[in-house]
Ligand binder design. Structure first.
Ligand SMILES: COc1cc(/C=C/C(=O)SCCNC(=O)CCNC(=O)[C@H](O)C(C)(C)COP(=O)(O)OP(=O)(O)OC[C@H]2O[C@@H](n3cnc4c(N)ncnc43)[C@H](O)[C@@H]2OP(=O)(O)O)ccc1O
Length: 455
């Protein structure tokens, strides 16, 4: 990788092979980034500190995504200007995004609504857009050139809540690359923001104006911890999984579960279920149970090794009263299940499905309020030791974003944030398939693949 800084113009380049591993030099993306600018809200917006809830606090990681546009009717000449102008307009509604993160007097993350603006960069690529290859197996080294990372940021406070990069390609296509701090929104909120931005660019009113008051998710006074909250439990790595990750290269692969494969998996998922499950299960239950069990087996966890499954549940409709339409902060909560590896692997898949179902059922208004209060008292963050964290993007509507160049031909993440994270992404015709994207040490990836092929 090359990074030159010349008159504030940065040339970034990377190479990848067909497996999206950074090795040979079959493909070489170069992006020339112009000097960043700040896009401010078009008119005066509210100033002062903006409250972030406890559901926002423990999820302050940067999520990098790209959206690839290519229209038959028009080229990319106007893309930067249109997207930049629409950003300044949509920021009037989403004014906290133009501020900067800081620490509140209670020692929590908060936004100082300074109106400073979103960092915006224009880039130019040395190739056609289709040459960046198959983004379903994202390669951070290559796709990372399409998002703007603030250089030299020493901590999360020095990274603006949102940065945007528009990279023009030689074919007339362009890519919008976004870095957004998860403390500002969850998947639904992020999707509504990006879609609103597109609506403004097309001269339309916002379909879902943001609801900004996050104080509706305040902790109770006094806080009441009423659940176990094992999502925070630190599990001992008896099986030395961490050293396996350091000894072997981590491979990233994407496994496509088409409707036929999902159907087969659902049949296997309810076999030998001792009628605990009834005769049906959902796609998420079957898929997450399979991935948890197969990954545990692949990593050769010791029989008495405890393993945790963590996943986000959309709590919007489960809160009492439900969160208002357009609530743009995190309305998700992490739920979990913990089990010994031996039991998970030896028992039929339906056992894992049952655990997943129980974890979903656990999420009620009371559970979420208790999770909010847990953070108030402990300031703890969920532990990822001996854990699989599944994030489901498969029903998020990023494919509907339209800035006037039609819907994206492709969209998706730039990278997996941590080695414990697995993403479920929609794929294929009418997005009826699900791509499971995960990273594993090379030897474990082979075992995972075998289990996938056996479905
Ligand atoms: C910061 O910048 C960002 C952020 C991001 C991304 C951030 C995130 O990832 S936040 C986390 C996002 N994920 C969620 O919010 C998970 C949402 N899903 C749930 O909460 C689910 O309920 C579940 C807990 C995962 C369980 O799912 P499941 O067991 O499948 O149960 P149901 O969802 O209730 O479905 C059952 C059944 O109902 C039908 N159905 C439900 N929804 C739909 C739908 N939308 N369309 C069609 N049918 C639906 C269906 O029949 C379901 O059965 P199946 O067997 O067919 O599944 C990103 C980018 C940034 O910049």
């Amino acid at each position: 990788m090359v990074a030159e800084n010349n008159n504030k113009e940065i040339t970034l380049s990377a190479s990848m092979d067909n497996n999206n591993n950074i090795k040979g030099s079959k493909f070489h993306l170069e992006v020339v980034q112009k000097e960043p600018s700040l896009v401010k809200p078009e008119s005066e917006t509210r100033k002062g500190l903006y409250f972030l809830s406890n559901l926002d606090q423990n999820i302050a990681v940067i999520v990098r995504t790209i959206y690839c546009f290519k229209s038959e009717e028009k080229g990319n000449e106007e893309a930067v200007q249109v997207i930049k102008k629409a950003l300044s307009q949509v920021l009037v509604h989403y004014y906290p995004l133009a501020g900067r993160l800081t620490i509140s007097p209670e020692g929590k993350l908060t936004v100082d609504c300074t109106g400073e603006g979103v960092v915006f960069v224009e880039g130019e690529a040395n190739c056609k857009m289709n040459e960046i290859g198959d983004i379903t197996k994202p390669d951070p080294e290559t796709l990372g050139k399409l998002v703007y990372d603030v250089v030299d940021a020493k901590n999360i406070l020095e990274i603006p809540p949102v940065t945007a990069q528009v990279t023009k390609f030689k074919c007339g296509g362009f890519v919008l690359g976004l870095c957004m701090n998860h403390c500002m929104f969850d998947g639904i909120g992020a999707m509504e923001f990006v879609n609103s931005w597109g609506q403004v660019a097309r001269g339309l009113p916002l379909a879902t104006p943001p609801f900004s008051d996050r104080a509706i998710l305040n902790a109770r006074n006094p806080p009441k911890i009423e659940n176990l909250h094992q999502e925070f439990e630190e599990i001992e790595d008896k099986s030395n999984i961490n050293s396996l990750y350091t000894k072997e290269p981590t491979l990233y692969r994407s496994f496509c579960f088409d409707p036929e494969k999902i159907k087969k998996l659902k049949v296997q998922a309810i076999e030998n279920s001792e009628s605990l499950l009834g005769n049906t299960c959902t796609t998420f239950e079957a898929l997450s149970a399979f991935v948890w069990r197969a990954r545990t087996k692949s990593l050769k966890m010791l029989s008495d090794q405890k393993t945790k499954l963590l996943f986000a549940v959309d709590g919007r409709a489960k809160f009492e009263p439900p969160l208002p339409k357009g609530y743009f902060g995190n309305g998700i909560v992490l739920t979990n299940s913990i089990c010994e590896a031996g039991e998970l692997i030896e028992k039929p898949l339906s056992f894992a499905v049952g655990l997943v179902r129980e974890a979903i059922k656990m999420v009620t208004d009371g559970y979420m309020r208790s999770a909010i209060d847990y953070f108030e008292v402990t300031r703890a963050r969920p532990s990822l030791s001996s854990t699989l964290l599944i994030t489901t993007w498969s029903r998020l509507g990023f494919h509907t974003t339209d800035f006037g160049w039609g819907e994206p031909v492709l969209s998706g993440p730039v990278a997996l944030p941590e080695k414990e994270v697995t993403l479920f992404l929609s794929h294929g015709e009418q997005r009826r398939s699900i791509n499971v994207l995960l990273g594993l040490p090379a030897s474990a990836m082979d075992v995972f693949q075998e289990q996938f092929l056996q479905i």
